[in-house]
Design a protein around this ligand. Structure first.
Ligand code: A2P
Length: 393
């Protein structure tokens, strides 16, 4: 009889078919048909490279099996089979201990598994899917960047009326662009971070805000940027169960972002400002943009008191000034950041351009080295404790 083995699977109920996992997998083990994204057990070496980029967490599923599920079986699924339906085995008790040991080892790859902060509220996930989307009405669409700016970023407010659509700061929603592609297939769903707090853009209203940058050839970003008041939009989600803010008022929250990566941090800041304005925990924002006029929420951010939110802006394209990136500011603030990093109440969130991820990591490594701290070890411990979160694109 075959020894039990750990098989990597994708949850078809949560997967939004965004293709990120297939693009990421170095072994070409992930593939898809019209129905599902699936993992080929003969190719997957459990390297975990696909885990972090998946926007929904649907990728993070594991079953212990005697014989791996075939691709055809996976293509046919509407939902994942439950663990315990072990294929080919009848020695239940022996398997149980092996199963537990194998499941314990499920997340040993590079980067490790991201978990939510210990004090985060429990999120609702995947309440609405493409074929059962929530319909929201646009109640506002405002340009956020200066009229002279080439960067066209919009603040779009979606109202859900009577539809129950509960979200937490840091979660994302899917927007279903109308129409079909050149092959006649519906356009794929695009994900956007929620930019408002859990109880609504306006307190106690059933609405939320998005921060969307118009991309020159972006089908969905142009659709959203052009939405008018009263338009109806099909929404899926919410998604995301780890990039959540701690509810603990004494938590220090260090937020590092570029451009529209600021969206979740607006939600974090607003929730703290409205629900616990005297929280003892520090909030500190490092925000990179080309110039002040290209920085979303530049005006409103000036009105947020420093006592609630420390703001550090990095500008890369001010004429006759040197390019500054967020990682340069992290180095400048080294001493005070190291003091925060020494506290187990400190959480770090990075959101925005993928290129920033490595630069920020190197800057944190540098400031820790100066203080005789080992950043890699600290980062891994913080990640395991739900205190280190990265969402880049
Ligand atoms: P740059 O002027 O070099 O492109 P965008 O407006 O394109 O969304 O970018 C937001 C900001 O992020 C810009 O200031 C951009 O600088 C900056 N940026 C680009 N690459 C990186 C990187 N690798 N690390 C940090 N910031 C970056």
């Amino acid at each position: 009889m075959n020894a039990p083995l750990k098989q990597h699977l994708i949850d078809p109920e949560i997967c939004i078919r965004c293709n990120t996992c297939e693009e990421t997998c170095p072994e070409d083990a992930i593939t898809h048909d019209n129905n599902n994204y699936v993992v080929d057990a003969t190719k997957c070496n459990l390297c975990m490279d696909c885990i972090q980029p998946c926007p929904t967490g649907s990728i993070d599923n594991w079953r212990i099996v005697r014989s791996p599920y075939s691709l055809d079986e996976q293509y046919s699924w509407g939902e994942l089979p439950k663990q315990g339906e072990l294929t080919g085995g009848d020695d239940g008790e022996a398997i149980d201990s092996e199963v537990l040991a194998l499941l314990d080892q499920a997340h040993t790859g590079v980067g490790g598994k991201s978990v939510p902060p210990a004090s985060a509220a429990k999120p609702a996930v995947n309440l609405y899917q493409r074929n059962h989307a929530a319909v929201a009405t646009v109640t506002g669409n405002f340009r956020l960047t200066h009229q002279d700016s080439d960067v066209d970023v919009h603040h779009v407010i979606l109202d859900f009326g009577e539809v129950a659509f509960s979200v937490l700061e840091g979660q994302s929603i899917g927007i279903v662009p109308p129409g079909v592609d050149e092959e006649g297939k519906p356009h794929r769903v695009r994900l956007y971070s929620i930019a408002s707090p859990r109880h609504g853009e306006r307190p106690n209203t059933n609405n939320l805000a998005l921060t969307v940058k118009r991309e020159p050839n972006g089908l969905c970003s142009n659709y959203i940027s052009d939405l008018k008041k009263g338009d109806q939009v099909n929404v899926t989600g919410p998604f995301g169960a780890t990039f959540l803010m701690p509810n603990d008022p004494s938590a220090n929250i260090i937020m590092i972002c570029t451009g529209t990566g600021s969206a979740p941090f607006r939600g974090f800041t607003e929730w703290r400002r409205r629900s616990m304005p005297s929280a003892p925990g520090r909030m500190l924002l490092f925000f990179g943009a080309r110039r002040p006029q290209d920085l979303p929420y530049f005006g409103p951010l000036q009105n947020v008191p420093e006592s609630l939110l420390g703001k550090r802006f990095a500008y890369s394209r001010i004429p006759s000034e040197e390019k500054v990136y967020v990682q340069d500011l992290i180095r400048q603030e080294g001493a005070s950041l190291v003091a925060l990093l020494c506290s187990t109440a400190t959480h770090i969130y990075v959101c925005g351009l993928k290129g920033m991820e490595q630069g920020v990591d190197a800057a944190l490594d540098d400031i820790c080295r100066t203080a005789n701290l080992r950043w890699r070890e600290l980062r891994d411990a913080m990640r395991t404790e739900g205190r280190y979160h990265v969402e880049t694109y």
